[in-house]
Design a protein around this ligand. Structure first.
Ligand code: SF4
Length: 375
């Protein structure tokens, strides 16, 4: 039996006994409750679920650890495992746990009595997450921080904005498509913050030239921490068995191959650097150096850069161009959804003929995905 219910301020109580991971659950991390917070935060990055093990019910460090993970932006599922007793149910929920799997099964009714909002199930629902007060408080703090940073860095250069990324040391990653303009942002990052992880979404629909360019450019720039993010194989098999989802429903395809894999990879990261620029047009025309998407801070150090500046930096830094640029592709994504383009509209070749110009990974969470709508 499996509960798919999204838990709102409730706690899923699982039966005790041998652990049996859900079939698709490839990213669960188990850490002891006494793990130092910084170590737990580092380990949780990219994990879609965290189990915090309580060695004794009288040791409260696991509660603090969950609360810190929530406050620092961990949005995956957190489960308490081990020596937990029903009297602690309310505390678990307040600390940001989604579910509990006690060693001793005990009467399920006692848990329901201790925390009336609880539900009982053998496994937590996939994607269950805790809309706890901790997440909400963290979101409000981030929104305010972004307002302050935008006021401070309104006229700053890309290097100055990237330097400000130091504020988020250890909690920040950069997203790169290794497309037509990616080398500039990556080169500036490699110069000012070489330890920041670079995330590449391998949709399995990239041009072969993009994959070889990615490897060549990463070696050329000496990128230290390139992470290749792939779609979930089980989700792929279920939703795109015929490999034509891009043709039937591009939104669903981007969701499967970009939005969800990125969301999983970003667990534990609070901040994401993007390469978007205002001159790309569309929704990007009003980009600010910092934005809050309802969950994370996005840093857009190159927002104000123009096409001439990008071209000049390619020459000045002696950067290799993406091989498809010479073939008329000014913006490069997946092969089924990218065509050559001419004229001023740089992204005209992306989803040409369709009513879309973004894949959804940069969509504000307020648009149907937000846990909290902040006003
Ligand atoms: Fe699928 Fe096209 Fe989106 Fe790539 S860009 S994930 S192929 S719909």
């Amino acid at each position: 039996m499996r509960s798919d219910t999204h838990i709102a301020a409730a706690l899923v109580i699982e039966r005790g006994g041998a652990d049996e991971a859900p079939a698709n659950d490839t990213g669960t991390l188990e850490i002891p409750g006494e793990t130092p917070a910084e170590e737990a935060l580092a380990l949780s990055r990219g994990a879609r679920a965290v189990d915090i093990r309580f060695a004794k019910f009288s040791d409260g460090r696991g509660f603090s650890l969950a609360a810190i993970l929530r406050e620092r932006g961990y949005t995956g599922s957190i489960r308490a495992v081990g020596q937990i007793i029903p009297d602690q149910a309310g505390l678990l929920a307040r600390a940001g746990f989604d579910s509990v799997k006690p060693d001793a099964e005990g009467p399920q009714g006692r848990w329901a009595l201790a925390h009336p909002g609880s539900e009982t199930a053998y496994q937590p629902g996939p994607g269950a997450s805790a809309p706890s007060a901790f997440l909400r408080r963290a979101a409000i703090a981030r929104k305010r921080q972004v307002e302050r940073l935008n006021a401070e860095f309104a006229d700053a250069s890309p290097d100055q904005i990237l330097a400000a990324a130091d504020l988020f040391e250890g909690r920040i990653a950069m997203l790169s498509s290794f497309g037509a303009e990616a080398a500039v942002g990556l080169a500036l990052l490699a110069r000012s913050a070489p330890d920041v992880p670079v995330l590449f979404l391998d949709t399995k629909r990239h041009f072969a030239q993009t994959l070889s360019y990615r490897d060549r450019l990463a070696a050329h720039l000496g990128l230290k921490d390139l992470r290749v993010i792939e779609p979930d194989p089980a989700e792929e098999a279920e939703q795109d068995g015929d490999e034509r989802l891009w043709r039937r429903d591009a939104n669903a395809c981007c969701d499967l191959r970009k939005v969800r894999p990125l969301a999983r990879a970003l667990n534990g990261f609070e901040v994401l650097i993007t390469g978007r620029k205002r001159y790309h047009g569309g929704e990007r025309e009003t980009l600010q150096p910092f934005e809050f998407d309802g969950e994370r801070i996005k840093v857009n150090p190159f927002a104000a850069m123009g096409a001439e500046e990008v071209a000049a930096l390619y020459r000045e830094l002696d950067l290799p161009p993406h091989p498809l640029v010479a073939e008329g592709y000014p913006s490069i994504g997946c092969w089924p959804c990218t065509a050559p383009a001419q004229g001023g509209d740089l992204r005209a070749g992306r989803w040409a003929g369709q009513d879309r110009d973004e894949c959804g990974i940069h969509r504000p969470l307020g648009e149907g995905r937000a846990r909290y709508r902040l006003i």
